[in-house]
Every structure is written in structure tokens, then in C-alpha cells.
Write a protein that binds this ligand. Structure first.
Ligand code: FAD
Ligand code: NAD
Length: 408
């Protein structure tokens, strides 16, 4: 009797893209058709799109994560908790911290990393909103500053200055949560709220560059009302142990003293991509329409480490969870086709359902199916979107366990 070797599919990264690929693939292929291995740094998945809440302390970090084993079919998927160190694509091998794994097909879904543009001091002194560890550290740091303020005889007002670098969606969503959290912190640590300063520094001439101007005005006025000072057209040039150096146009660079600097000014692809010798632009690989890497028919890249061009404007789509999940669905179908020896693969087309940006748990702005929404309605939509991604990965059970139901 001849036993045919089953193809081995390895998926690295259990974020939106990787987990979506896994849960779809485990439904599409039988145990006898393929071996599926999912590798992730942690044994949990975190909702990256909720990290601004964990970072500000408005949602506990355990609410934004869940056990990967709870959503995979363990009879079909072998989960390995390990960190990818490098991908040897010519040898079809993934090098891990604790070993190595060979593959027939590989899906790289390792997410992105903060883009620091080489700005001095950011890596050393600024906080990021990147994963559970960084969010937990940022929340703790802010709380420590409030807790320490009244302990010192000579008050250091800079402990109560928080700078947010970048007024993209991450910066704005974090500011929305932070401005809700500050009154609680002031109350908890007996700090005069007038002493707290929140400054958002944005290099572009507007907040949320490229987004609908009417919605941008709404967000800015709501956040200003809650105490945020915006420095627009102003770039962070350096981060120091004492704060930041900013520059606006031709003006002399100046220092802003702050004990907390949060860097939320964009992402690039995972550094494993460049380390592994893939041709990339800011760590992102321009993938083929079927989401495979040019020249490597056995490697798919999805999510923040992939780059897909929006043909309408000839620019890359911004990296989002929405696109990562849609890519995961297509890759799962393409893998199912490949293990059945079908070479005609599906092409990926992004179906943009809109964008909703929260301004705290009770307010938001958005464009959904082409319609503008603000306030409670937009905030409700945001929670629907958050619950929908849980539903798509783990069904109703996961929504009941982790979902957001504070909708009114
Ligand atoms: P991720 O979801 O980031 O997952 C990557 C996974 O890979 C993680 O599990 C990580 O632990 C793992 N990993 C990384 N390196 C290694 C390694 N070396 N070895 C093993 N495992 C590794 N997008 C939206 O569409 N809507 C939103 O509302 C939205 N809100 C956001 C809010 C915030 C605060 C932020 C920061 C982003 C938001 N985004 C949003 C963007 C969205 O979160 C990302 O585009 C999305 O997470 C990308 O998915 P991914 O699968 O590529 O990576
Ligand atoms: P971004 O690239 O969207 O925004 C970064 C901002 O930082 C830009 O406005 C840029 O002008 C500014 N900036 C860059 N360098 C600067 C400097 N030196 N000083 C001051 N400002 C500087 O990045 P992001 O907000 O981190 O978002 C990353 C991705 O995640 C995006 O694709 C975004 O669409 C997505 N995201 C989506 C949502 C949502 O849909 N609600 C929420 C968060 C993030």
C-alpha cells in the first residue's frame, strides 16, 4: 500500500490574519488532507484593535486576550507556542527560538511593528501601543506617575504631562480613552485635574490625515473639550529621558517636558520579513493577487506585513484588521485548493466596509457603508465591529465570553 505524504501547512502569527486563516482552514480540509501547524509567540491571541483601551486602563488587559486553544480544532491543528527568529525560504524552514519547523506551505501573519523613522530616542524612551506587554506597561507607567506625584515634596508637574506622537487612528483612539481615564486617576490619586496636560503632536497639517474633514473636526472638538492640546504641522524630532523635541516648519526646535511619551505614528512590517531576505518596502512585501510572495509559490504573506495596492488611487491599502481577516479567508481557500492539487487560485479583492474610530467607550466617528456617523450611533457601530471580529473567529461563544455589551 502506498501512503502519500500529507502536505504540511505552517501558519506563523495568531493575530487577525493568522487566526482567521487557521479557523477557516480547519473547516475546509480534512485530517487526512494536510497537517496544520500554528505558531505564535504567546498562547493567547490579543485584539490589537482594543489595545488603546488596555493602554489607557479603561479595559483590563485580560479582556483583550483569549486562549488560542479555545478557538482552534485541536484534532486538526497543532499549536506551537514559540517565537519565530527567521524564515529560511530556500530551505522551506521556519527557525524558532526553541527549534525549527519545515513546511510545504507557509503563511506569514506576524503583524507589524512601530515605525520610528529612525527618530533618536524613541526606542529607548517612548511607549508603544503594540501588544499586551507594552499596553500593560504604559497603563502602569501613567498610574505610577499619578501615584508618585503627591509623594514628592517638590512637585514635578511633568509627571502629569502625557504626549501622544501621531494623530492617526491609533493616537486619536488612545486619546479618547485617556481623556475618559484621567478624571478617574485624578480622583483616585488626589491630583488636581487642572495640573494634567495632554498634548498630541501631529506632523501633518491635520489630525487623521485623509479622513473626512467634517468627522475630523468633530473628533478634534470633542477631544479639545476633554482637555487635549493639539500641535498640528509639528513633528517630533527626538525623544529624550525628559520629553520630546519638536519642530514646526522653519521655527526653532523646542523642548516639551513630559514623563510620558506615547509613540503612535504608524507601523511597518515585522522585522522577520527583512531579516529573512524578502524584498520589502518598510518591512511589507508586495504580494501577488493570490497573496503569495513573488518567486515563492509556497509562501503567503497577509496582514500588516503584506502590501496590497488600491488600484483606484495607486497607493497601498492602510494595514488594518479588516483587510488582514479578509486576506485570511482567501488564503484558507487557496491552501485548500493547493492541497487538492488545484493550481487555479482565488485573487484577493478588498471589500472595504468602512472605518470607525472610537473617542472613548461612549463616542466615535466613522464612515460605514459610505455613510457618516458620529456620537452614540458611531460608538454602537464600533462595538458591533469589535464583536463581529470575535464572532468570525470564535463564533457566538467567544462573543459571549469577550464581547462588548455596554452599548447604551
Ligand atoms: P496582529 O493581529 O498584530 O497579529 C500578529 C501576531 O503575530 C500576534 O499574535 C503576535 O504575538 C505574533 N507574533 C509577532 N511576532 C512574532 C514572532 N516573531 N514569533 C511568533 N509570533 C509572533 N484595524 C482595523 O481594521 N480596525 C480598527 O478599529 C483598528 N484599531 C486599531 C487600534 C489600535 C490601538 C491599533 C494598534 C491597531 C488598530 N487596527 C485596526 C490595526 C490592526 O490592529 C492591525 O492592522 C491588525 O492587527 C493586523 O493583523 P495581523 O494579523 O497582521 O497582525
Ligand atoms: P498612521 O500611519 O495611520 O498615523 C500615524 C500618524 O503619525 C500620521 O498622521 C503621521 O502624519 C503622524 N506622524 C508620523 N511621523 C510623525 C512625527 N515625527 N511627529 C508627529 N507625527 C508624526 O498610523 P496609526 O495611527 O498607528 O495606525 C496604523 C494602522 O492601523 C493604520 O493603517 C490605521 O488605519 C490602522 N488603525 C485603524 C483604526 C480604526 O480603524 N479605528 C484604529 C487604529 C489603527
Amino acid at each position: 500500500m502506498i501512503t502519500l505524504k500529507k502536505p504540511k501547512i505552517v501558519i506563523v502569527g495568531a493575530g487577525y490574519g493568522g487566526l482567521m486563516t487557521t479557523v477557516r482552514l480547519q473547516k475546509l480540509v480534512g485530517v487526512n488532507e494536510a497537517d496544520i501547524v500554528l505558531i505564535n509567540k504567546n498562547d493567547y491571541h490579543y485584539e490589537t484593535t482594543w489595545l488603546h483601551e488596555a493602554s489607557a486602563g479603561t479595559l483590563h488587559h485580560d479582556r483583550v486576550r483569549y486562549d488560542i486553544r479555545d478557538v482552534i480544532d485541536r484534532s486538526k491543528v497543532d499549536f506551537v507556542q514559540d517565537t519565530v527568529v527567521e524564515i529560511k525560504k530556500e530551505e522551506k524552514k521556519v527557525i524558532l527560538e526553541k527549534g525549527e519547523v519545515e513546511y510545504d506551505y507557509l503563511v506569514i501573519a506576524l503583524g507589524g511593528e512601530p515605525e520610528t523613522f529612525g527618530i533618536k530616542g524613541l526606542k529607548e524612551y517612548a511607549f508603544g501601543i503594540t501588544n499586551v506587554n507594552s499596553s500593560r506597561q504604559l497603563r502602569e507607567h501613567i498610574e505610577y506617575q499619578f501615584a508618585t506625584y503627591n509623594m514628592e515634596e517638590e512637585k514635578n508637574d511633568n509627571r502629569l504631562v502625557i504626549v501622544v506622537g501621531g494623530a492617526g487612528f491609533t493616537g486619536i483612539e488612545f486619546l479618547g480613552e485617556l481623556t475618559n481615564r484621567i478624571p478617574e486617576l485624578c480622583h483616585e490619586y488626589d491630583v488636581d485635574s487642572h495640573k494634567v496636560k495632554i498634548i498630541c503632536v501631529e506632523a501633518a497639517p491635520t489630525v487623521l490625515p485623509g479622513f473626512d474633514p467634517e468627522l475630523v473636526n468633530y473628533a478634534v472638538s470633542q477631544l479639545e473639550r476633554k482637555g487635549v492640546e493639539f500641535l498640528i504641522g509639528t513633528a517630533i524630532k527626538e525623544c529624550t529621558p525628559d520629553g520630546i523635541i519638536v519642530a514646526k516648519g522653519e521655527e526653532e526646535p523646542r523642548e516639551i517636558k513630559a514623563e510620558t511619551v506615547v509613540w503612535a505614528a504608524g507601523v511597518r512590517g515585522n522585522s522577520i520579513i527583512e531579516k529573512s531576505g524578502f524584498e520589502a518596502m518598510r518591512g511589507r512585501v508586495k504580494v501577488q493577487p493570490d497573496l503569495r510572495v513573488p518567486g515563492f509559490d509556497d509562501v503567503f504573506i497577509i496582514g500588516d506585513s503584506s502590501l496590497v495596492i488600491n488600484e483606484e488611487i495607486n497607493r497601498p491599502y492602510p494595514p488594518t484588521a479588516q483587510i488582514a481577516m479578509q486576506q485570511g479567508e482567501v488564503v484558507a481557500r487557496n491552501l485548500a485548493a493547493l492541497v487538492r492539487d488545484k493550481q487555479d487560485l482565488e485573487t484577493f479583492t478588498f471589500d472595504n466596509k468602512g472605518t470607525v474610530c472610537s473617542l472613548g467607550h461612549d463616542d466615535a466617528i466613522g464612515v460605514v457603508f459610505g455613510k457618516k456617523v458620529t456620537g452614540a450611533k458611531a460608538s454602537f457601530m464600533k462595538k458591533v465591529v469589535d464583536n463581529r471580529s470575535l464572532y468570525m473567529i470564535g463564533g457566538a461563544g467567544l462573543v459571549l465570553k469577550k464581547g462588548k455589551f455596554n452599548v447604551f
